[in-house]
Design a protein around this ligand. Sequence first.
Ligand code: DAH
Length: 354
Amino acid sequence: MTAPPELAGLAELADRIERLSSLGADALDAEEHALLGRKGGLLTAHLRTLATLAVEHRKAHGARVNALKGRAEELIQARRQALKAEADLGRREAVDLTMPARRRWVGAEHPVTRVVDEIVDIFRALGFAIAVGPEIETEWYNFLALNFPADHPAMDMHDTLYVDAPPVDEGTPGGRLLLRTHTSPVQIRVFQASAPPVRVVIPGMVYRSDAFDASHSPAFSQIEGLAVDEGISFVDLKATLIHFARRFFSPTTKTRFRPSFFPFTEPSAEMDVECQLCHGGGCPACKGTGWMEILGCGMVHPAVLEHGGVDPERYTGWAFGMGPHRIAMLRYGIPDIRLLLEGDMRFLEQFASR
Ligand code: DAH
């Protein structure tokens, strides 16, 4: 019995199928197509021609071709698995477990942000809300409403950065626009927005026409505090600020109040805390005094209440202003304010683990 010419070459085909086991991924795909492809596949063509064979050939050759097809499918599947396993192994070996780990970047709050948040939290626990106001103010809010006399030297172009824009309410005094020199003008805005009782802390940036050196910056932060209600006295001021200092610095931190002057408070005071570096012994940071000034404060001047539309016969209150940049310097022993403003990573990274 001789094979019909259509089935010649099955022996070579069988060899070709056995070679599937050594092919790479791309060659394997190509061979799969060449052998089993639905259209031009060689084995597919052989199966199709079976129908044209004489009955006596059909069974034997049909079995032969089907066996080759089965073998081809089996080898292709096995080879695919082997190639995948090799690739997985290769990927695993590419990871060198003995290499030192890459250092992770740990984000951190800026020391001034941390100081502001801590101060705000201490006052929030006492029932103070947070208020904010605009950084571009009028002369009236920044100075006149706060009882500065119209010829006060702080209003001089030397000390205050004026905005080159037309004044608001042309013709009325105090309409010139400026960058606020302190957060105190927000006191007036708070009075205008809500009647007493008022208890707020007001964080924000302020601007002055100052040099940029170790102890000055034209831009720095302040936090204002304001408490106005019936029957508020200097005792409330002292008790609250001493509580704050003990919370913020340490429970045993000593404080002292010294008389001072601000146009918007009467009486006025400055509060010192014991030097956080030498704890009172005297060091270069506190110029040998053992004390560090941290804030200005006082009883809100009746004229200020009146400018804010608050009846000074009925209400009294106290206020304070402090500088978080300065307080961060005192607390962390930072000798130069520029370090807090320049964004140098070598400096800032030191706060990542604190
Ligand atoms: N505004 C003052 C300043 O910038 C700080 C200040 C002092 C604010 C006494 C107050 C205060 O509210 O009562 O220097």
